[in-house]
Design a protein around this ligand. Sequence first.
Ligand code: PLP
Length: 369
Amino acid sequence: MFLNLDKLIPAHIRLFAPYRPSPPDAELMRLYGLDHLHRLNNNENTLGPSPAVRELLAEIQAGVVPIYPHGDSKNLREALSEVLGPDPSQFLVGNGSCELISSVVKAFCEPGDNIVTADKTFAVYEWVAQFSGIEPRLIPLDENLGFDPDAMLAAVDERTKLIFVCNPNNPTGTYWDEATMRRFLDAVDGRCIVVADEAYFEYVEQPDYPNCIRLLDEYPNLVVFRTFSKMYALAALRVGYLCAGPEVTDIISRAHVAYSVNTMAQLAARAALLDCSPFMEQTLCMVRRGREIIRKTCEELGFEHVIGEGNYAMIKTPISDTLLQRKLLRRGFMVRTMTGFRFPNWIRVSLVREHVLEEFSTVLPDVFK
Ligand SMILES: *Cc1c(COP(=O)(O)O)cnc(C)c1O
């Protein structure tokens, strides 16, 4: 049988290079002959999840498994409303916030439309646009590696439906303060939807950092994304949410797959949100210490580095990032290569436990010997 796939697939799918996740840890450890692997590649928080979540997960009965989850995460949305303020109808829960990126694009964009974001940011905005046949307009970061509000505004035209602002930015750690965010939203003036991706919201300790959920009443075109994958340490369960004005949330929910968030994820996220365990404060301490360790190590080595908000740091290396990644893997450290983020020969490392980063700091100079 002859299958002419080219005739079946749209050009934007044919041209799209799929994301290749790294192999499972056990496979990497076998390949590299390791007895441990320190994951510094995905900004995970292994201090969590909170004790309440651990307890809940240990007590989950197999009896819940044959039953479909709540199709719209109702109990979790009610908990989000209690803790954060907006009405439950303003929240939409997704299978990770990555799923919500997809739902927002589906809800607002059709062929010929475009989205505006930065060139050096979380790549999923660009990828979803590309494989949906929507033009991504990637605006260079400014000289301080922050999103450039004026250049982004200049790129907006009548076919721009969405603007993605990663705040703080992954991977540079830069953020828009409240005044900058407000000026930008005022200038957009409701012409398109502005998504503020606050995946690292809980890590930012700067007083001028905006809580965009508090701006929703003033800006009906604003959509705020948050996730349980980072600070709350539920990455394996895949749960994120958005909050927007009731009308906008209703529109996005039409393009969103119901039942995409499983029962364990809904229960754990709710427990994580309602638990006031000290592990979040401990995490912030760990990250502050991590910034110091990485800064000192880079200064001693004379390596350029970028350390901002969030639980990650970027390091420029004198060799290829993929080669360095392999050398570090051999020593038991998994880091993120940054060529794909348009930072050739930079790596990104997550700010994890002090003793792990101390060990990393002794291994890093070693691999250049
Ligand atoms: C990790 C991350 C996300 C979300 O991840 P999910 O696990 O899909 O919720 C979203 N945006 C940024 C910038 C991230 O770094």
